[in-house]
Each structure stands twice: as C-alpha cells, then as structure tokens.
Design a protein around this ligand. Structure first.
Ligand code: MIG
Length: 794
C-alpha cells in the first residue's frame, strides 16, 4: 500500500510539531545525586543530567518517572569522576564542569550548553524536549544557516545532511537505494554538527525507530523516537576529531583487524561447490591477481541451515579451507540469524530446548520465513544466548575459518514489514522489552556474540567479521558493507558519501560491493569501481546470482589489465593503510575521510561528496561517470602533487585533471611521508622491502609515525609492535630526514628500505639521521632514490 497514493492520505499529514506535543514545562524541583548527576522534576516529566566526562554530558528525559540510567549495550563506558558545581538564581540553574557550563531555564526547562569560555555549543529551541500522546519522545535544538551535519551511519544521498530527514530502522532494502530510502541496514543515531569550524556531536541512544529531522525548519532541528526514553549524549568537541574521540570513547573503537581482511576479497552469490572455489582461486593465481579471501554465500549450507555444509557441494570443507590457507587465502562463510524450523536439526533443537529463540509474550516462538523456510531467531538480547551462539562458531573455526559474514541480521524477514513482528518480546537479561523497542540493536548483539565466540576459539588470532546490520558501537566487532547496491554509476557515486559518513559515525572499516551487487556490471564500471575500491577501507567484489560474472577478468583484457593493476596497488599501499587503521583504532578518526574533517572552515568541503581523503595527506578523486576521462578536483589550501606525475598543483583551487581508463586521480600534500610495500599474491607473502616516499615542503617540517605488527594476533596489545617516527625538514635546499624508533618489540620482515624523495632539485643535499646520502638513482621528474636498511632506523 505504501507504493500507492494511499501513503498520502490526508490524515497522514505530519507536522513539525505535533499538536498534542507537550514539553517539560517549568522546573518544579531538583536534587543532585552521586555519579555527577542532577535530577530535575518538571511540570510535565523528569529529566536527569549527568556529566560523563568533563566534555561529555548525558541528558535523559522520561515523561512518566525518574529517568532510568541503564544504557543500551552500545555504551561501554562508565561515567568518569567529574567535579560539578551547581549554581542557582531566580531564572536559571547552572551546572559547571571543568570544560562545560550547562544552563537550565527554570520557567520552561530548556538546556543550553556552553564551553568554559562562555561560547554557546548547542541549545534547545523554545519547544525544548517533550512527548506526544502516543509516547513519542522528541527534542528540538536550535540551528542556523551555518550548521552542517555529518554522521548518521549508513545513509543515501550527499555528504552534508543539512536539509535531510532520516529514519533509523534497520531494514533489508533490496531495492531501491536512492535518496528517499534512508532507513537501510545500519542505524547509528549519532551525528556531528560543524559550524564555522567548531563541532559538537549528539548520540541519541534509543534502539526503537528514531527520526532525525534536519529539514523541516530553518532555525531548528529535531530528533525523536517512537518508544523509550529521550536519552542522549552531547559531545563538546571543539574540533571534529575531538567529537570522534569523545563519541568513540563511550561506544568503543575498532580493534585492529587482521591484515588479511584488508586485502582484496572476492565474493559471489554463490560460489556453489568446492570445484568452483578451486577454479576461482586457480584463475586468480594464473592471472596474477592478488587475493586474500573467498566468500561462501548461502549455497554452501545444507538446506540453508546455518552451521552446516552441504555434503554434495562441499564434501570436504576442512580440506578445501586448509588448501586455500596454504595458498594464502582465507574462506569466509555467510551466517544468518534465522534457524530453520526442523526438529531433526541440532541448532533448532538446542535453541528450542534451552528457550533461546525470540518469543511472543504468550510463550510461543516467533517464526518468520527466510532462506531455510520457516525460521526461529535467537534472542541475542540475552547474554546466555549470545554465549551459546558464539560457541557454535566452533563448527567453522575447527576447520580453520577465521572470518564470518553475518547477513540478514536486521533481522530481515520475508514479509510485508520486512522484519520480525514488533510485538515479539526480547528477554533482555531480565528487563524484557518488545521488538519495537529493541529492533535496531539486534544486529549489534549478534555481532557481539559472533566476535566474542570467534575470539575465544581462535587461539589468539584476530577474528574478522563482516556485518550488514548494526547500531552505534558496531565498530567494536565488525566491518560493515553497505548491502545490496546495484551496478549503477549512481551507486558508485553514492558509496563515497555513504562510506565517509560511516567513518564520521565511528565506523572506519566499511565499503560497498565493488562492481555493484544486483544488475549487470560492465567493464568500465567495474574498472572505475575497483579503482575506488583500492582505497575503501573494506575491499570486496560481490555480485548477485543472476547477474553476469564480474570477477576481475570478466570483461576482457583491456579492463582486466587495469583492474589487476589497482588490486596490486592495494597491496602496495597496505603498509600505509595499516598505519591509518592503527590510528583509527586509537583515536576513532576514520581512515577514509571527508575533506571537511581536515578543513572544517573551508566551505568548498562542506558537501564535497565525490572525492575523499585517506589520512590527512592524500586526496582520491575517482571517476564516477561512463566514458569520462577528466574531472574537476578540489584541492584545499596548501601545495599538492599529482601522485602519478609529480606535477605540482596549487591548493585552494579547483583543477581540471585528466584520467584515462588506467588512472585513478590521487593527490599528495607537500610535507607528506608515505610508506609503501610491494605487490604480492596475498598478505600472507612476507614484505620484502619498505619504500618511504617523502614529499618535502620548502621551509617546512613534518612527521609521520609508521606502525607495523604481526597483523594477526593481539600481541600488539602487550606492546609487540614496531613504530618508527619519520621527521623531515627542508630548508635552503637541505633535506634532513631523521628517524626515531618509538617501539621495536616487533621485528618487521623487510630488511631493505628505499627512500624516494619527490620534488627536489639535483643540488639538494639529503641527510639521513645526520649523514649525507648519495642519490642512488634519479627517477626523473625531480625524484631521487636513496637506499637505507632497517639498521638506519634508530
Ligand atoms: O536477501 O545471501 O546483502 O550480499 O549475497 C538476500 C544472499 C540475502 C543479501 C546480502 C547479499 C547476499 C544475499 N543476501
């Protein structure tokens, strides 16, 4: 019915402010509690305010009673000890922490938050916070023309979400992914506002259906939820990177992924038999295209029963997996949450006997149709169920599997609503709630279960997970792919802002299906998409069963040649990317970034959706339309260099650049230091040589800290890693390169190092750790090679 005009019945009109909306009204009384918090009793409800850190404050509004402090499982941090002082006068109540001042208007409970210098960070609009008669909770905040919005997880459309209204409700959207379809698989009810370079963030921790309206009014925005409390955190910034640090301090950061998960991955729905998998791998070897993982989609199972293999198609999976591992390739099987209703199937039996499936309040199990037919769904809100399900992965890990692909975990169900009946009750560790209230967290909890289970079984190795659904905090367990896109140029275009906003939402490890999932791909599209994929944090080619093949060689030599080159480039760049992954795991700042994160006062970056940065020194500008061999690139202030030609380009300007089919435009900022490895068949091959590219900026100094570890284990947590800081200074034609070892508890494989200096003249003198270096070779275009060895890094 939603597809007909029935959707726009007169009575369906939605107003910005519902006519029965009631805000908190006047302050009646307040009292301070331990735990840095203050409770307010208001005319129309209750509010609690708690300082989580000096620069993070949590506000909860409950219309009916004293706010419940228990947070969802998205939040992993307890509040810190914060020194809060309370002042009161006739009109206002003021709470002050060392970094924030929170002013509450007593006549009508409205909250304004200031920094310690008295600069306003964010304040309630006059409607404040409140609720409607159908228990919807809402908060209205002021904004103006200068506010731009980023984050919101996985959303269609452009980068800046100013002027968008978005719903969070994890949904399996096979089609279409277009600007009006904004509720996709992930719900991350979090965003950052940037205004004249100053940022703050808001995380609305509510797992029911939430709506963010940054569109309907010129001077305010709102966020609302269908059920539950109004429970949100304000992150004070002031820089966009500070906000990311603050948000990921409470929802967690991505652990370092295993290195093999950063290589090139090949998938298809489905490689249907052992023979098909072997042929595929053989083709990669024969064609000299690197490969780190092959995916097994649903056909590997026995009648789509999870934790089984089909004995005819995969008679000896253990042998297959071992064989591939010996060749440096991992196998990643798909695991859905739906468990086939089959009394002779062990998972179903265990689930029923132990009461592990989602049920109605009356006690009957909820069944929904998915791949295996009628299926039951584990109740991941129970920690006992999570433990049980996590243990089941033993089935795979015993065979040598180290990576799992979790699909359909919105949860998706083949029915009108596309998901579980919202009346189903989740056990929720003794705090039962309906699916309506908890829907958006189902996927996150499945990931927690899977990750913890795999980690227990992998003997110190890092698990790799790929998930479709998630909630705030998903970065702690899994990488995210953006679901069922199509082989359209428009979807290649859309993937850029979508991944950048996932990064701005604390999820650094993400990527789309390269080549497009549904619909038929073609040579040019796959080539351009693979070029983009070289730099997406997650790099997997995947396609749907009835589409034409889109493995790298599917469209003829001309394309295969270029695709091979860019998959190989991925391996060349891995030592640099890996360092950025390490940084992201510590700071929450993503690997793939919108320019606005680095240049938040430059208006040219505010909605720049067709180019991105890798780290802070590099801009990638893919070609995004057919038969196109040039494009416009914006380079912000500074001096830039074309990566391929070493041509210098002035910043603060738009440039028209050429890009034949074999060229992905890449620009490097002067002052950059990049670390490269070599082309190899998979990350299992040892790194033989490290190349350090140096782009000196005249009159400036800069530095880069290179990181490396075994790429497999958690030993880095105990300090087993290699970290080397490179400093460069270029003045009066004299380049000084100094290195300092910050950590050497891991010994890298490479012995040889070459340093390539870009953009200097023949007369320039180069010193490495104080010793003048001979230029071993002139590489043309003002590039010089000098050689060094591991022993030079001190
Ligand atoms: O609804 O397992 O997004 O990547 O190939 C289809 C089959 C179920 C959806 C995933 C897609 C996967 C497919 N799955």
């Amino acid at each position: 019915m939603q597809d007909t005009s029935f959707a726009i019945l007169p009575e369906n009109e939605k107003k910005l402010i519902n006519k029965d909306y009631k805000n908190m009204g006047a302050l009646v009384s307040y009292h301070s509690k331990e735990n840095n918090s203050v409770e307010l009793q208001c005319e129309n409800g209750y509010v609690s305010i708690q300082f989580y850190r000096d620069d993070i404050v949590r506000i909860i509004m409950n219309p009916k009673g004293v706010p419940i402090q228990k947070s969802t499982l998205a939040v992993i941090k307890e509040p810190e000890e914060v020194k809060v002082t309370i002042d009161e006068d006739e009109n206002e109540l003021t709470l002050t922490s060392p970094k924030l001042k929170l002013v509450i208007n007593k006549v009508s409970v409205l909250v304004s938050i200031y920094d310690s210098e008295g600069q306003l960070i964010v304040s309630d609009a006059k409607e404040g916070m409140g609720y409607t008669s159908n228990q919807e909770v809402v908060c209205y905040k002021k904004m103006d023309q200068e506010n731009h919005f980023y984050g919101f997880g996985e959303k269609t459309s452009f980068l800046d979400k100013r002027g968008e209204k978005m719903t969070m409700w994890n949904t399996d959207v096979y089609a279409p992914h277009n600007p009006e379809i904004d509720a996709l698989y992930q719900s991350i009810p979090y965003f950052m506002s940037i205004r004249n370079g100053i940022a703050y963030g808001i995380f609305f921790d509510n797992t029911s259906k939430t709506v963010f309206d940054m569109k309907s009014s010129a001077d305010m925005y709102s966020f609302s939820a269908e059920a539950g409390q109004l429970d949100y955190y304000v992150f004070a910034g002031p820089s966009p990177k500070d906000v990311l640090e603050q948000y990921t301090d409470i929802t967690g950061r991505m652990p370092l992924p295993p290195k093999w998960s950063l290589g090139y991955h090949q998938s298809r729905y489905s490689y249907k038999s052992e023979q098909e998998v072997r042929d595929l791998v053989a083709a990669f070897k024969e064609k000299d295209i690197p490969l780190d993982a092959v995916y097994l989609d649903i056909h590997y199972m026995d009648g789509y029963r999870v934790f089984t293999f089909d004995e005819d198609r995969f008679p000896n999976p253990k042998k297959l997996i071992q064989e591939l591992k010996d060749a440096g390739i991992q196998v990643v099987p798909i695991v859905d949450p739906g468990v086939k209703e089959d009394p002779e199937y062990y998972i179903y039996q265990e689930g029923v006997r132990n009461d592990y499936f989602c049920k109605y309040i009356e006690g009957n199990i909820y069944f929904g149709p998915v791949w295996p037919g009628n299926s039951a769904f584990p109740d991941f809100t129970s920690s006992e169920v999570r433990k049980w399900w996590g243990d089941k992965y033993q089935f795979y890990t015993e065979m040598g599997i180290e990576g799992i692909w979790n699909d359909m975990n919105e949860p998706a169900v083949f029915n009108e609503t596309k998901t579980m009946d919202v009346k189903v009750i989740h056990e929720n560790d003794g705090d039962p709630k309906t699916h309506r209230e908890l829907h958006n967290i189902y996927g996150l909890l499945m990931e927690e279960s899977t990750y913890e289970g795999m980690k227990r079984q992998l003997d110190g190795n890092r698990p790799f997970l790929l998930t479709r659904a998630g909630y705030a905090g998903v970065q702690r367990y899994a990488s995210v792919w953006t679901g069922d896109n199509r082989s359209f140029w428009e979807h290649l275009q859309m993937a850029i802002p979508m991944c950048m906003n996932l990064g701005m939402s604390g999820v650094p490890f993400c990527g789309p299906d390269v080549g497009g999932f549904a619909h038929d791909s073609n040579g040019q599209l796959l080539t351009r998409w693979t070029q983009f994929g070289t730099f997406t944090p997650y790099f997997r080619n995947h396609s749907e069963q009835s589409t034409i093949s889109q493995e790298p060689w599917s469209f003829g030599e001309e394309y295969e040649k270029v695709i091979r080159k860019y998959i190989q480039e991925r391996y060349v760049w891995l030592p640099y990317l890996y360092t950025l992954f390490k940084d992201a795991s510590v700071t929450g700042v993503p690997v793939m970034r919108p320019l606005v994160l680095e240049y938040p006062t430059d208006k040219n970056t505010f909605n720049l959706s067709d180019q991105f940065m890798i780290g802070s020194d590099m801009i990638v500008a893919p070609i995004l339309t057919p038969d196109t061999y040039h494009r416009v690139v914006y380079l912000p202030e500074g001096s830039w260099v074309n990566y391929w030609t070493d041509e210098k380009l002035e910043g603060g300007k738009h440039h028209l650049v050429e890009a034949d089919l074999s060229t992905l435009p890449i620009f490097i900022q002067e002052g950059a230091i990049l670390t490269h490895g070599t082309v190899k068949s998979s990350t299992e091959t040892k790194e033989s040589e490290l190349t350090v590219h140096i782009y000196p900026a005249d009159g400036h100094s800069s530095s880069f800290t290179y990181y490396e570890d075994d790429g497999k284990s958690f030993k880095y947590e105990e300090g087993s890693y290699f970290e080397c800081k490179f400093n460069i200074e270029f003045k009066n034609n004299r380049l000084e390169i100094t290195t300092s070892l910050a950590q050497d508890k891991y010994d890298p494989d490479w012995e040889k190092v070459q340093v390539i200096v870009h953009g200097i003249s023949d007369e320039a003198v180069i010193l490495l750790n104080g010793t003048e270096q001979g230029k071993v070779e002139s590489l043309g275009s003002s590039r010089y090679k000098i050689l060094a060895g591991k022993q030079d890094f001190k």
